[in-house]
Ligand binder design. Structure first.
Ligand code: ADP
Length: 342
């Protein structure tokens, strides 16, 4: 328990709940032929990048639509700043900045006109509009192309424009529904860099993605979704530790077959490792990958180094890896994460 400045015990549960901006409680969403969400509960804290990952059809967009009052839930409740997404929709409009999954820009307007139009729609004060539009164009590197029709933009440029369009009215909560779907690496990086800045500007971010690397790079906390909650929300290291505490060790060595057999025997029987890969990569080099269900990495390394020194085995390119979200998803669901890579 923490103690506040007056010396009285602070109610931790209360301070945690003050910090919550979105609360989703026991939500079920049924469409005529599908249950898209089964009993979903989670809270999003102020100024975090909360990330929902899940494969296509997991229910990510359904959550976004429920939060932004576009559809009704079947059961449960959702509160945003203690308001209801449907009955308080008008009040919530100014709080949300929504970057939808589909590109929804006016092709026959220029980039600048798209932003100006949106700023008016969202009641940005007239005298501020031009300055705000200039800033936004600059942030995503579109100043030079501002007077070109959007129909001439690349997919990545459209995504960047769509991102800043949602930020024009300075919303508190930014919802990004797969913001980098199918775009080039440079645009993705520009968008990532910008998203990472947002919590420092007092923004709360809800990001949905089916790019594992995107979640790994941006998320403060991660929720793994596949109609129901598979895991989380939690920080990536917590999820890794819980689901996949194994350590993967990879190394290359130049060994004759006999010594290699002894090393294998040592790693399996003395260190209780499991071999996941062994292959010859050149005439003199073999690559080994072992997985160890061990948390004391120091002890493991000491034994390994001891063995290789005593037996005069030279090791090159030694790497210790932890599990990725991809490994975790596969382990939890038995499914590959994505079926259509782009
Ligand atoms: P994701 O965004 O994770 O790809 P969605 O939320 O779009 O997933 O969809 C979740 C499930 O709900 C899918 O099975 C999808 O086919 C279904 N679904 C989504 N929208 C509708 C709708 N308007 N009518 C019927 N089924 C829908």
């Amino acid at each position: 328990m923490t103690v506040n400045q007056e010396g009285a015990p602070e109610d931790v549960t209360n301070s945690e709940s003050n910090n919550i901006i979105i609360k989703v409680d026991s939500v079920i969403k049924k469409y005529p032929n599908t249950t898209a969400l089964k009993n979903i509960s989670f809270s999003i804290r102020k100024n975090e990048i909360f990330t929902i990952i899940g494969p296509n059809g997991a229910g990510k967009s359904t959550i976004v639509k429920l939060l932004t009052g576009q559809i009704k839930l079947t059961e449960g409740s959702i509160k945003i700043n203690n308001m209801d997404p449907i009955s308080d929709r008008r009040k919530l409009l100014g709080i949300f900045g929504l970057v939808p999954q589909e590109i929804a820009l006016y092709d026959e307007l220029t980039g600048r006109e798209n932003l100006t139009f949106h700023a008016r729609l969202y009641n940005v004060p007239k005298q501020k509009i031009q300055q705000r539009v200039d800033e936004m164009l600059d942030i995503v590197g579109l100043t030079e192309r501002q007077n070109d029709y959007v129909r001439t933009y690349s997919g990545g440029m459209k995504r960047r424009l769509q991102l800043v369009r949602a930020l024009l009215h300075d919303p508190k909560i930014i919802i990004l529904d797969e913001p980098t779907l199918g775009i080039d690496v440079q645009s993705r990086k520009a968008i990532h860099d910008y998203i990472l800045e947002l919590p420092r500007q007092g923004k709360t971010i809800l990001l949905t993605t089916n790019y594992m690397e995107e979640a790994e790079r941006l998320a403060d906390r991660i929720l793994i979704l596949d109609t129901s909650i598979i895991e989380g929300p939690g920080r990536l290291p917590e999820i890794q530790e819980k689901i996949f505490p194994n350590t993967i060790i990879e190394f290359k060595t130049s060994l004759d077959a006999v010594t290699s057999e002894f090393l294998n025997d040592f790693l399996i029987n003395s260190l209780h490792g499991e071999i996941i890969l062994e292959k010859e990569i050149s005439e003199q080099q073999r690559l080994f990958q072992f997985i160890f269900d061990i948390s004391d990495i120091k002890e493991l390394l000491e034994k390994f180094i001891n063995y290789t020194n005593t037996h005069d085995i030279s090791i090159t390119e030694f790497t210790i890896k932890s599990s990725t979200l991809e490994d975790i998803f596969l382990k939890l669901t038995g499914k590959e994460f994505r079926d259509n890579e782009n």
